[in-house]
Design a protein. Structure first.
Length: 118
């Protein structure tokens, strides 16, 4: 059985924080902008999301290219194991879910405990 290794530090997600100013602000003339500012109107927008660590993404893509997993790109935690392998010593069986970078850390920890690795 093929074993893949990844530094456990990469079994996480990264936070993506985006900031922008609403398009509505740019539609105002200068006088309206001043009035909006004086009234305390806020046109600042932001969003936060997360994504897999880039090193985990590389491993996931490799597993997909080598047909160890079927990658589901429409939602997280939808990948499925196509043929058995181990990751950091933890065994993954055919048909099993292959989770996102943040979730897989706990899956590996659990498997390693069951297998007596840790």
């Amino acid at each position: 059985m093929i074993n893949f290794e990844i530094d456990p530090l990469y079994l996480t997600d990264i936070t993506i924080h985006k900031k922008w100013i609403s398009e509505a602000y740019y539609e105002l003339n200068d006088e309206e902008k001043v009035l909006a500012l004086l009234k305390g109107k806020n046109y600042n927008c932001s969003s936060m999301s997360s994504d897999d660590h880039p090193e985990f993404k590389k491993l996931r893509e490799q597993l997909g290219q080598e047909k160890f997993i079927k990658i589901q790109r429409r939602w997280w935690n939808g990948d499925v194991v196509l043929k058995p392998f181990t990751l950091n010593g933890a065994k993954f069986k055919k048909g099993e879910q292959f989770s996102s970078g943040a979730a897989i850390k706990y899956v590996i920890d659990s498997k390693q405990k069951k297998q007596g690795i840790i």
